[in-house]
Design a protein around this ligand. Structure first.
Ligand SMILES: [Cu+2]
Length: 80
């Protein structure tokens, strides 16, 4: 998959508040992410099915995201 010129990586921490396998998303109540200039918020991220299946609602997690504008894709996620 081609990465856009604006895509960059960031690390974050937070809590899983929803997982949606059909939509292909993980919703995270995340702490501030300096690389994205984001305050703490709850938002949905795209993620591969194997990552979506690796977490459940309520998990406290560390994650890596690929940023593209105001959207992000989770590329790695692990329980704290
Ligand atoms: Cu956010």
């Amino acid at each position: 998959m081609a990465m856009s010129p604006t895509a960059k990586m960031a690390k974050g921490t937070g809590k899983v508040t929803a997982v949606d396998k059909s939509a292909g998303t993980i919703t995270l109540d995340h702490d501030p992410i300096a690389e994205a200039k984001w305050p703490a918020m709850t938002m949905a991220f795209k993620a591969e099915p194997s990552l979506i299946e690796s977490v459940k609602v309520g998990d406290e997690v560390n994650f890596d995201i690929k940023l593209d504008g105001n959207a992000g894709e989770v590329v790695a996620i692990a329980k704290k």
